[in-house]
Write a protein that binds this ligand. Sequence first.
Ligand SMILES: C=C(O[C@@H]1C=C(C(=O)O)C=C[C@H]1O)C(=O)O
Length: 126
Amino acid sequence: MAEMAETTRTLDPAGAAPTADPADLPAAAPHRVPAPSAGVGELRERIDRIDAQLADLLERRALLAADVQRLKPVGGFAGRDPERERALVAAMAERAPRLGAARLARIMAGVIEAGLEAAEEERAAR
Ligand SMILES: C=C(O[C@@H]1C=C(C(=O)O)C=C[C@H]1O)C(=O)O
């Protein structure tokens, strides 16, 4: 049901099927694609494309996190679940060894707090 809700809020206004869920994929191969001739401009273009994907994923994640807040007995910042947050960081660290758990924990704290903040704003506006 939550899955359906997320799908109906697909980011593509044309209604194309959502892209494959990266979480369903095996851990990524090392990201060092040899690019001996790539200059700063090309490398930045690659970064921009990844950032666009990250933005889409972060938006989808925030929508799902807001769905969870609505289902929890205590939602929002008051219902924060450090054990769950540690577990998702540990799982991510398996896929992103260069960043590692400590750095990913910092990144994900920001991501999680942004999602909770957006959900609280939405709730207050209703
Ligand atoms: C979404 C939840 O609520 C909070 C937000 C989380 C997240 O954005 O991943 C994780 C744990 C909770 O602090 C949840 O409990 O799963």
